[in-house]
Design a protein around this ligand. Structure first.
Ligand code: ADP
Ligand code: ZN
Length: 706
């Protein structure tokens, strides 16, 4: 018999199991009831798909969303695995045809929605199955839907309780990405598990990079610059429907394909948009928070939050839609401290005081996440009851630690002002008193007579605000958990006032140098080949009407680009290549790689090192002035590099630099006048055409002619 590892390679193309998968699969093979709690992207599907293939009979998989089950079945079929689904999109004859295939023992996995599973008619079908091909086990995906304590309770899931009574001898496997223990207990009780094996994994998504950026006034420009420098598909989440539409249309105008997504679109439009995104026809979805549940796109490379998320759990879920394939992906939150007031306003609209209270607490956590100077994972994972040690090497704070400054004296000023105002005011008022404001409110309370009045004129409002907030986050000062946010002294505050405790506050790290990757000819070649392979993948996917990731994941393409296999045999060895895929797509990819390598050899003139450095920064999305600044060269030098690179046939998009209308005119002039000097061309073209534009187009024209 083949080992588990061999089966893993054969059916799924993976070289090794991820942590925990093998043990789960072994237990499933021994007919144990199983509860698997794994974060999104952790690799839950494999835990039931592989046992389904290895066990006798057919596995029944319950999945709540039609689109998800179709995607999964398609991906399995594309690995040559006999899987099918039954749902309301199929007509009667098709359902019959599939049921017959199942009864004939031709199918190893059947996906269906819970309501079908528990229907009387289907129960009879299942009974028939048990006495013929047999059922290997029931797998219940998104099992948290069974619990009223979960965030996604579904009535139909409740009825899955019947399974244990009707089929007492068939093992059950429940899988979820929901962390709370209450829900976990509920799943076990509801399904009547017998001595289950429980596997709970850390919720840390180690392939994700977390960053918080101050949201700038020119937010669109900030967003555009961010996306320009990022690679692959991405989601931008916004609070308001209108923002999604505005941003999507501006991005599209600026050459980045994007679509909006929100509750007001019709089902049909939404589903079309989703498809375009999954198929890589459009690169960016600008969505309200509703987007994402039920879409299966493992290769989302970044998630940007344009507005503050409601709570840490939803931030974790939404940002977690990035990098489900396990490859590196980025989660960026744009944050403006004033967001807090906007959200406060919405919270105040809630009727129940209890709900308001919960929302304030949740908001506080999110702000803590946004403003922390320590590892962002500590705050995120503490939400799931995990103690994370920090130093994650994958968040802005860990990669770029802040420096800490002694602010004890300032803190004493601030705290004594809180004391003198009798601990009855919020941060804004305290700052007004410290800075000697002449506002009515200060006079009304007689606070202009306090000894702390005006002792903090040397600092700006923002500086005091930062200090006050830092004191609160560090627990050195308390703040009431309502919209008034009144400051109250605690034990630590008094120790600071009595000189028994020091205060250290993080300051912005000024030598924040962006890491420049050294030029590496091989890296560039890999990058170029990767782009070619992606194009090929998209072409093949379109022909078959499937999503590109179904053919090969990004990481598989990357390995191909690095290893550059020259025949099917060496391609077969790479991670992510199954036998089935090798036979189906292998030759296309080998052909493309061979073609690319030959072409590379033809380009005799390679760029010089300095040209390459410019090219690399260009590929990171920097503009010409930015490149010039980064490299400490004049803009004109960079323009020269770029035009030389164009002439050397490097992939540079001239349309980014010269309007196409202008390009046309310049080309016409060159054609009329012949290969003249720049000066001659410039004289002919006049003031509307700059030397730089002419230089670039001239280089481009030369390349086109050769
Ligand atoms: P989940 O259902 O937990 O969100 P999936 O089952 O969809 O996650 O798996 C996420 C990604 O991880 C998929 O792209 C899958 O191919 C990949 N994956 C799963 N197991 C392995 C493994 N052992 N080696 C490499 N990749 C894996
Ligand atoms: Zn960190």
């Amino acid at each position: 018999m083949a080992s588990l590892q061999q089966s893993l390679k054969q059916y799924f193309g993976h070289d090794r199991f991820r942590d925990g998968q093998e043990e789960i699969i072994n237990q499933a093979l021994l007919d144990r009831d199983l509860l698997v709690i794994m974060p999104t992207g952790g690799g839950k599907s494999l835990c039931f798909q592989l046992p389904a293939l290895l066990k006798k009979g057919v596995a029944i998989v319950v999945s709540p969303l039609i689109s998800l089950m179709q995607d999964q079945v398609m991906a399995l079929q594309d690995n040559g695995i006999n899987a099918t689904f039954l749902n309301s999109t199929l007509d009667y004859t098709e359902v019959r045809r599939r049921e017959e295939a199942i009864l004939a023992g031709k199918i190893k996995l059947v996906y269906l929605a819970p309501e079908r599973l528990v229907s009387e008619k289907f129960q009879q079908f299942l009974q028939l199955l048990t006495s013929t091909v047999t059922i290997s086990f029931f797998a219940i995906d998104e099992a948290h839907c069974i619990s009223e304590w979960g965030h996604d309770f579904r009535q139909e899931y409740r009825q899955l309780r019947q399974l244990r009574f009707r089929f007492p001898n068939i093992p059950l496997m429940a899988l979820t990405a929901t962390a709370t223990t209450r829900v976990q207990k509920d799943i076990i009780t509801q399904l009547n598990f017998k001595n289950p094996a429980i596997h709970r994994f850390s919720f840390n998504r180690s392939n994700l990079y977390y960053e918080v950026q101050p949201r700038q006034k020119r937010t669109y420009q900030q967003l555009f610059n961010l996306i320009r420098r990022l690679d692959g598909s991405g989601i931008v989440y916004c609070f308001a429907r209108k923002t999604t539409e505005d941003l999507a249309s501006r991005l599209t105008q600026d050459g980045i394909s994007a679509l909006p997504y929100h509750g007001r679109l019709s089902d049909e439009v939404r589903s079309n948009y989703q498809n375009s995104f999954i198929r890589d026809d459009v690169r960016i979805m600008v969505a309200t928070l509703a987007f994402g549940m039920g879409i299966n796109k493992p290769d989302v490379r970044f998630v940007i939050h344009h507005d503050l998320p409601r709570n840490i759990e939803s931030y974790y879920q939404e940002s977690g839609r990035a990098g489900r394939d396990g490859d590196p992906a980025k989660c960026i939150l744009l944050y403006n401290p004033n967001d807090e007031y906007k959200i406060n306003y919405f919270i105040k609209q809630k009727e129940s005081i209890q709900e308001q209270k919960i929302s304030y607490q949740q908001l506080k956590k999110v702000i803590e996440y946004a403003e922390t100077n320590y590892c962002r994972r500590i705050i995120q994972l503490s939400y799931f009851g995990e103690r994370f040690r920090g130093d994650c090497d994958g968040c802005d704070n860990c990669l770029n630690p802040k420096e800490f400054e002694d602010c004890t004296i300032e803190a004493q000023k601030f705290l004594s002002c809180v004391a003198r105002c009798n601990e009855k005011f919020g941060i804004k008022h305290i700052i007004e008193v410290l800075r000697g404001s002449t506002s009515d409110k200060v006079y009304k309370y007689g606070h202009h007579l306090l000894s702390t009045y005006g002792i903090g004129k040397d600092k700006t409002v923002e500086e005091w605000e930062y200090l006050g907030k830092s004191l609160v986050y560090q627990g050195l000062l308390n703040q009431t958990e309502d919209s008034y946010k009144i400051l109250k002294l605690n034990k630590d505050s008094w120790e600071i006032l009595r000189q028994k405790k020091q205060v250290k506050i993080a300051v912005e790290n000024t030598n924040k140098n962006r890491v420049i990757h050294e030029y590496h000819p091989k890296a560039l070649e890999v990058e170029l080949l990767m782009q070619r392979l992606k194009k090929l993948r998209k072409k093949l996917a379109d022909q078959e009407n499937i999503a590109p990731y179904v053919i090969f994941g990004d990481s598989t393409l990357k390995i191909m680009a690095q290893m550059q296999p020259k025949n099917l045999k060496s391609l077969a060895k790479l991670s992510g290549i199954t036998e089935y895929k090798l036979n189906k797509y292998g030759h296309y990819f080998i052909e493309e790689i061979t073609y690319f390598l030959n072409e590379e050899n033809l380009t005799v003139a390679l760029p010089t090192t300095t040209q390459m450095k410019t090219l690399q920064l260009y590929q990171q999305g920097l503009t010409i002035p930015e490149i010039a600044k980064e490299r400490g060269f004049a803009v004109s030098t960079i323009i020269t590099h770029i035009s030389e690179l164009i002439e050397l046939n490097q992939s540079i998009d001239i349309d980014k630099f010269v309007l196409s209308k202008k390009k046309e005119v310049i080309v016409n002039t060159i054609e009329q006048m012949g290969d003249q000097s720049l000066k001659t061309l410039k004289e002919k073209l006049g003031d509307n055409y700059s030397y730089d534009e002419i230089k670039l187009v001239k280089a481009w024209y030369k390349r086109m002619k050769n």
